[in-house]
Design a protein around this ligand. Sequence first.
Ligand code: ADP
Length: 301
Amino acid sequence: MDYVIETRNLVKSYKGKSAVDGVNIHVKKGEIYGFAGPNGAGKSTVMKMLLNLTQPDSGEVLLWDEKIEDGSFECLKRIGSIIENPYFYEKITGRQNLELHCEYMGFHNKGRVDEVLQTVGLHDIEGKAVSHYSMGMKQRLAIGRAILTRPELLILDEPINALDPEGIREMRALFRRINRECGTTVLISSHILSEVEQIADTVGIIQSGKLLKEIAMADIHKYQTDYIELEVEDIRRAGYLLEHDMGISDFKVISESMIEIYDLTKAVKEISAVLVRNDVGIIGIGKKQGSLEDYFFQVLG
Ligand code: ADP
């Protein structure tokens, strides 16, 4: 298999407390890999080890099949990244920060800084010093810096944390576009499972330093059971009719008005007809597919 990133039994502790415990991840060339898990799960620590910013206690990191060691800096030039809170020179402008980064990386392309400022939506405030940027603006600048040199691999640690919903949508579309149009491999972490679900081709689920599962999103959807979500005015009566009139026993009352039906032997139309015939007001009914969040809790048992 053509992996851009592979880790073998990565282990890291801080002051005797385990942060990463035997992690094996496999990121294929050209895919978007979502690294999902709650805060403190070990995502940033793994990413720092990938970028040679932190040394593992044991285990190996391979980038493009090459083992990363203390002095491996060459392949890091092929990577754009955001790790934890990005730092900038605060007294100079966003544009100047990007120009400095180009110089540092030995990347020469006059039009690229303009292009990137436009792409991340900072072109009209480019004269402002970074110290006057909001959190969201800094996050956009960090994304701009990560993509500036057109890297083959993007490693993005919670890149959308500080953005508003519109900004999140824009940046998600941007990552997808870079991936599809330029073939850039993307490793992106988030504690928000619905975010990972919307963008990832493969997902790695990490908790308490352990990788619990690594699976293609398509496979999650294949094996996930569909269910019918039913919202009604009279939940007791609806429950009674499901069980006694329709012979459905596999359902769960989720709230005062919501029922999830896992037994799919009766069609939505049929269930609606019985409820209407018995004067139970239906607020909503429809088939649903389990989310990554459902799958996550299934994996956790
Ligand atoms: P995540 O990125 O999933 O939120 P982290 O990798 O940041 O998780 O953290 C994993 C664990 O390691 C946490 O318990 C965190 O407190 C601990 N940790 C991370 N960095 C350090 C550090 N520099 N010193 C001590 N503990 C750390």
